[in-house]
Design a protein around this ligand. Structure first.
Ligand SMILES: [Zn+2]
Length: 358
């Protein structure tokens, strides 16, 4: 194995602890290289695949605009993968080159779905042709302004924050106590190699003021405290955390203060997204009262957290634009290409929302 491949293997081995991602699979991925990319969808699909294990992009990649979000990459000249426009998502081989076609009119929310299909196609687990129906709303432009509190700026929070800011949110409050770690980079797209070791809050402050100068943004380097719901007075709270303890805290504080909140949880290639308010059964009705955090052993693929974050952004914009929300929980598995809506009933003995309702 040459030094470049050895380096890539070590790099991804540290980050992709996902079941089924083997050494030989990673080495197969690391030989792939994208050619010229046209448009935001192709760039995003390529970025998610690169962060999920593909190593190469050619020199005509529009590097300068998105470089701050990238991990260390190897540049190659010869392309082995090419994107084309097509009626459906299809992967084929042509003269030794992989051709990925998809309708370029699709909204950006499909980019993690396409990246997932390509990724698992490499693992030979799904068919190479997939229809693209059945996804929920796209994160749209925000017409009715509001103050959004985001708890957690990691795998889910990174794409969520970026999407909300791109779509017109101009008043945001972010709570994040952690530091940027090397094994965060593959899925936390707001951070780059040079940010490792710094507090996420300080990196976010710098990047938000650089790229989104007109936005009123507060970034707090601390854990979530229920009191902050009262002091910050958000219109909606978004939970982008990775532990049950904080989810319970957010759920209880939001119900008691009558503030709606959006939550997502992801693992491997699957996850859920939901919006809760006083009219819906709460997080405890969905998960019970006794979930305990265990040591994280499974990894999370970049496109899974990205999809979870984009779906959360879609619910936030939909809420702020004053659309109806039926209270269902959206569940997805990008490996099996399944998207379902789950209905949850209110628990009679729920210590939080059965009281709040009365
Ligand atoms: Zn409840």
């Amino acid at each position: 194995m040459d030094i470049e491949r050895e380096f890539l293997f070590r790099w991804y081995e540290r980050q992709l602890l996902v079941e089924g991602v083997t050494r030989s699979f990673l080495l197969r991925l690391s030989e792939e290289t994208f050619g010229g990319l046209s448009g935001k969808m192709e760039e995003m699909v390529a970025e998610l695949l690169i962060r999920s294990g593909l190593s190469g992009i050619t020199r005509d990649f529009p590097r300068q605009r998105i470089l701050p979000f990238y991990s260390p990459l190897i540049y190659r000249q010869k392309e082995t993968m090419e994107f084309r426009d097509g009626d459906e998502i299809r992967i084929s081989e042509d003269d030794g080159k992989k051709i990925v076609s998809f309708p370029h009119t699709l909204p950006i929310i499909f980019s993690p779905v396409i990246a997932g299909i390509v990724f698992f196609w490499f693992m030979n687990e799904v068919s190479s042709t997939t229809s693209v129906k059945g996804l929920p709303v796209n994160p749209e432009k925000i017409s009715r302004k509001g103050r959004v509190m985001v708890v957690g700026a990691g795998g889910l929070g990174s794409p969520l924050i970026k999407t909300l800011l791109d779509n017109g949110i101009d008043d945001i409050c972010i709570i994040e106590p952690g530091k940027v770690k090397l094994n965060n980079l593959h899925r936390q797209i707001l951070y780059d190699y040079g940010d490792v070791g710094l507090s996420k809050a300080s990196v976010l402050e710098r990047k938000l003021s650089t790229y989104y100068g007109g936005v009123r943004a507060k970034v707090y380097e601390r854990e979530f405290d229920p009191v902050s719901i009262k002091s910050e007075r958000p219109d909606i709270v978004v939970s982008c955390v990775d532990n049950f303890e904080t989810r319970y805290l957010i759920n209880d504080a939001c119900y008691r203060n009558g503030i709606p909140f959006v939550d997502s949880g992801v693992e491997g290639s699957s996850g859920y997204v939901m919006l809760r308010d006083r009219s819906t059964p709460c997080y405890r009705c969905f998960m019970g009262d006794n979930r305990i955090d265990t040591e994280a052993s499974r990894g999370i693929l970049a496109f899974t957290t990205y999809f979870g974050g984009l779906l959360e952004a879609a619910l936030v914009t939909s809420y702020l634009n004053n659309r109806n929300y039926e209270g269902k929980i959206f569940w997805f598995d990008l490996k099996k290409h399944r998207f379902e809506e789950i209905t949850v009933e209110r628990r009679e003995d729920c210590p939080v929302c059965s009281l709040a309702k009365r």
